[in-house]
Design a protein around this ligand. Structure first.
Ligand code: NAD
Length: 507
């Protein structure tokens, strides 16, 4: 039976109004078949969701911290109990393997757990007797209705980078998930209701640019947290700030892994496979460029090649698949086009993912011949200027760039316009320490290929990978979703000073 995903407004499912509403197809990437449709919001649905968020805000902002954290704990328990169900939903629309879907839920749960500590996180500062008889203190207050716009590649985790903290801090939320895999957001909305969150605090509108543009311009939306590709991130940042909103817009990436000659090459080869081909390379923290400091490139490539041959590419719902399909046929074709342009630009195609065997059938016994497949691909002798190097491919394509020194590798990374994540592999602590100081990238791994920070640090890149000042979750998340107020107080006592028109000093 074909599914029909609608919006979630004021605590209930709401379809797009009108006789012929705009809708998008939802695919199972493993079979290539359409499994359902998602309604696209018009201005009416977006305005209704914002209206619900405005109404709910007047009460939710006054809910005690004890009440808020009770709801968050309940949401955490419900999601933990039902994570397998959510993982299956993600697999069926995104295509990633089940264990990987569970991984993204686990990382989202970490942020929920962080947000459960909201009473501690919102503690302000207090200064007694800043001037005679005067105390100064700071409090943090919610912004109001906040918008979250998320990409297809982490349909559960990326929204969870934001909404647990936004809600815990007393805001109300309008989430606009990716239209490619919309069902996870619906599942999460129903869990919030079950957890006791008042209606209207968490709303979901589905759709495309129409919904996004309305959220950007709507006067009652106070902030926008966006994650997606760099051109749209830049657009969201420029337009959201033009309308006076607080905006954090996380963009695309081209993450380099620098392998020094002294590193453990087996560890580096394992890491390159995991970070290059996990989730079919559809991760903003995927490693897409391996920078091999000579003379190790030949040996490292051999180790990677032999590991690639063992990878099982098949439906994400099959327990033994290592890597699933790409998200859509259009995206698969775009990624595949880089195999041709890479060769045309002079790179050496060492492993051609088009030739990789596809294992198994989809969970319902459906065949996978029309699935959106591309096996792991490896290029050698890639250079800046080639499209495989310059572009974010966002697929299972790993490029090796050979360099002669640490300095040349560092310069390559720092010259890249993106600055999301990077990693160094070495056994030399001094080199690693120098790298973490010198590299112009927001998240750095030392012998760790995918350095996604834990929930009590913040996640975010530099340069074209993030527009705005504050990163996602952790301390930056608290700052983003609250505004601070400084209060200077004095209570009448016998020493009140009478009239004084001078500017207040602390003398
Ligand atoms: P995308 O930019 O196509 O879409 C992201 C969101 O923007 C979606 O909700 C989409 O509906 C909306 N959107 C798309 N086109 C729009 C337009 N013209 N106007 C307004 N809104 C529009 O990204 P995607 O393909 O869903 O996700 C993959 C991208 O996300 C990659 O570039 C990846 O690097 C990036 N990403 C970055 C991070 C990070 O933390 N920096 C994390 C995950 C994904």
């Amino acid at each position: 039976m074909s599914k029909h995903i609608t919006h979630w407004i004021g605590g209930e499912a709401v379809a797009t109004a009108g006789a012929a509403p705009r809708r998008g197809d939802i695919y199972d990437p493993a079979t290539g078949r359409v499994t359902g449709q998602v309604d696209f919001a018009t201005l009416t649905e977006v305005d209704a969701a914002v209206g619900a968020a405005v109404s709910a805000f007047s009460e939710w902002r006054h809910a005690s911290l004890a009440k808020r954290s009770t709801v968050l704990f309940k949401f955490r328990e419900l999601l933990n109990d039902r994570k397998d169900e959510l993982a299956s939903i993600i697999v069926s629309e995104h295509g990633k393997v089940h264990s990987d879907a569970l991984g993204e839920i686990a990382r989202g749960l970490e942020v929920v757990e962080f947000a459960c500590g909201i009473p501690q996180l919102l503690k302000g500062g207090f200064t007694e007797q800043a001037s005679t008889g005067i105390d100064v203190y700071s409090i943090r207050q919610p912004l109001g209705p906040v918008a979250i716009i998320s990409p297809f590649n982490f349909p559960a985790m990326v929204p969870m980078w934001f909404f647990p903290i936004a809600i815990a801090a007393g805001n109300t939320v309008i989430l606009k998930p990716s239209e490619k895999d919309p069902s996870a957001a619906q599942f999460l909305a129903e869990l919030w209701k079950e957890a006791g969150l008042p209606d209207g605090v968490f709303n979901v509108v589905h759709g495309d640019k129409v919904a996004v543009d309305r959220l950007l311009e709507h006067p009652d939306v106070k902030s926008v947290s966006f994650v997606g590709s760099t051109p749209i991130a830049r657009y969201v940042y420029e337009n959201g700030t033009r309308y006076g909103k607080r905006v954090q817009a996380l963009g695309g990436a081209k993450n380099h892994m620098l392998v020094l000659p002294d590193s453990d090459l087996d560890l580096a080869a394992d890491a390159a496979i995991n970070a290059g081909f996990g989730a079919a390379g559809e991760r903003c923290m995927a490693i897409s460029v391996l920078v091999a400091v000579e003379p190790i490139a030949d040996e490292l490539i051999e180790k990677i090649k032999s590991r690639m041959a063992t990878l099982k590419v098949g439906p994400g719902c099959n327990g033994d698949s290592d890597m699933g399909p790409l998200v859509t046929g259009v995206h698969r074709d775009k990624v595949t086009s880089y195999l041709e342009s890479g060769v045309a630009d002079g790179a050496e195609l060492v492993v051609d993912g088009r030739k990789h065997a596809i294992a198994g059938e989809d969970v319902n016994g459906e065949d996978t011949v029309d699935g959106f497949w591309l096996g792991p691909t490896l290029f050698d002798r890639v250079k800046p200027g080639m499209s495989v190097y310059n572009d974010e491919i966002f697929g299972p394509v790993l490029s090796v760039v050979r360099v002669d020194s640490y300095e040349a590798g560092l310069q390559l990374i720092n010259n890249n316009p993106y600055g999301n994540g990077t990693a160094i592999f070495t056994n030399d602590g001094g080199a690693a320490r120098r790298f973490q100081n010198e590299v112009e990238v927001g998240m750095v791994g030392i012998n760790v290929p995918i350095p996604v920070p834990v929930a009590y640090y913040s996640f975010g890149g530099w340069k074209a990978s993030l527009f705005g000042d504050l990163h996602a979750y952790g301390p930056d998340g608290i700052n983003f979703f609250t505004r601070s107020k400084a209060v200077t107080q004095r209570w009448l006592d016998p020493s009140h000073g009478g009239i004084n028109l001078g500017f207040p000093t602390n003398a």
